[in-house]
Design a protein around this ligand. Structure first.
Ligand SMILES: Cc1cc2nc3c(=O)[nH]c(=O)nc-3n(C[C@H](O)[C@H](O)[C@H](O)COP(=O)(O)OP(=O)(O)OC[C@H]3O[C@@H](n4cnc5c(N)ncnc54)[C@H](O)[C@@H]3O)c2cc1C
Length: 267
C-alpha cells in the first residue's frame, strides 16, 4: 500500500529521496507504465516519487559528445525536435510509433528505458546509434552504454539509489544511413510485436531487434553479406518466444522480412 506520495521539483531532492527510500520507492514520470502496473497489482511500492515537475531533467541540447536528452523529455517533444529528426532519425521514428498522442504526451524517454521492456520503441534506436545513459545517485554519476544497461525484461544495471538523468546520443544518423521499423498487430496503441533498428557506417550495418529476445539484441554484419549469412546472423541474435500475441516462428519470419526490407532500401 502506498504510504507516501512525494511531489519532487528538483534533482537534488530526488537523489536524496532515492538514497533514503531505495527499493521501496518508485519514480513516477509520465506514469503510463507505472500506473498500469500498480492497477494490475504487479508492483506495490510504499513510496511514490513524482518527478514530473523537475524541469532540469527535461529538454534536448547539443553537447560535445552528442545530443543530450533529459530523461523527463516526453516522446512528443522528441518527435517534434528538428535536431532529433536531422541527426537521430531512428529515435524520431521510434517515438513516432509509440502508442497514441496521449501516451506520447505523457510518456518519457527515461520511463521507456527504465521500464526495460524488450519491446520498448526507443531502445533499438538508441542501440544502433551507440547512446549512453547517464545514471546519477547522491554519491556518484556514471555513463553506461545502452547495450550494457539491460539485464532482462524489467531488469537493468541501475542500483536502488540511482536514477536515469539523461541520455547522450552521438549525432550523424539521418534518413539515409539509419532507421527503425516496427511491425505491430495493430497500427496504434500496440506494443510492438517485433521491431528493427538499423544504422550503416562505412560498410558495417548494425541491426537491433526489439521484441525478439528477453532484451533488445544487436547484430553487426557487412552490408554486402550473402542472404544466407544474413539470415544466420539474424537468427543467432534473436530468441523470440511464443505467446498470446505471436508465435516464435511468426516473430522470426517478421524480423527477417523487416531486415530484408532494410537491405533492399540500402541496395
Ligand atoms: C496504451 C499504452 C500504449 C503503449 N504503447 C507503447 C508503444 O507503442 N511503445 C512503447 O515503447 N511503449 C508503449 N507503452 C509503454 C509506455 O507508454 C512507455 O514505456 C513510456 O515511455 C513510459 O514512460 P513514462 O514516463 O510514462 O514512465 P512511468 O510509467 O512513469 O515509469 C516507468 C518505469 O520507469 C521508472 N522511471 C521513470 N523515469 C525514471 C528515471 N528518470 N529514472 C529511473 N527510473 C525511472 C519508473 O519508476 C517505472 O518503474 C504504452 C503504454 C500504454 C498504457
Amino acid at each position: 500500500m502506498i504510504k507516501r506520495f512525494l511531489n519532487i521539483s528538483d534533482l537534488e531532492s530526488l537523489l536524496k529521496a532515492k538514497s533514503e527510500y531505495g527499493s521501496k520507492c518508485k519514480i513516477l514520470a509520465g506514469g503510463t507504465d507505472l500506473v498500469v502496473r500498480m492497477k494490475a497489482d504487479m508492483i506495490d511500492p510504499d513510496t511514490i516519487l513524482s518527478i514530473r515537475n523537475i524541469d532540469e531533467m527535461k529538454g534536448i541540447i547539443k553537447g560535445k559528445d552528442g545530443t543530450v536528452i533529459g530523461a523527463l523529455t516526453s516522446h512528443t517533444s522528441i518527435e517534434e525536435n528538428a535536431l532529433i529528426r536531422k541527426q537521430h532519425y531512428p529515435l524520431y521514428q521510434g517515438v513516432y510509433e509509440i502508442g497514441s498522442p496521449q501516451i506520447r504526451n505523457m510518456g518519457t524517454l527515461g520511463g521507456n528505458i527504465a521500464n526495460a521492456s524488450p519491446s520498448g520503441d526507443t531502445i533499438a534506436p538508441l542501440m544502433v546509434m551507440g547512446a549512453k545513459i547517464r545514471l546519477m545517485s547522491r554519491s556518484k554519476e556514471r555513463l553506461v552504454p545502452v547495450d550494457k544497461f539491460f539485464k532482462g525484461p524489467g531488469k537493468t544495471v541501475m542500483a536502488d539509489d540511482e536514477i536515469i538523468h539523461s541520455v547522450i546520443v552521438p549525432a550523424g544518423f539521418n534518413k539515409k544511413n539509419s532507421g527503425f521499423i516496427k511491425a505491430g498487430l495493430r497500427k496504434a496503441l500496440s506494443i510492438a510485436v517485433v521491431s528493427v533498428g538499423w544504422s550503416l557506417k562505412d560498410d558495417k550495418l548494425t541491426l537491433a531487434f526489439g521484441g525478439a529476445a528477453p532484451i533488445v539484441t544487436v547484430a553487426e554484419i557487412r552490408k554486402d553479406c550473402s542472404a544466407a549469412e544474413l539470415k544466420k546472423k539474424v537468427l543467432n541474435a534473436i530468441s523470440p518466444i511464443s505467446d498470446l500475441r505471436a508465435s516464435k516462428g511468426y516473430r522470426e519470419q517478421v524480423i527477417l522480412n523487416l531486415v530484408n526490407s532494410v537491405m533492399e532500401a540500402l541496395n
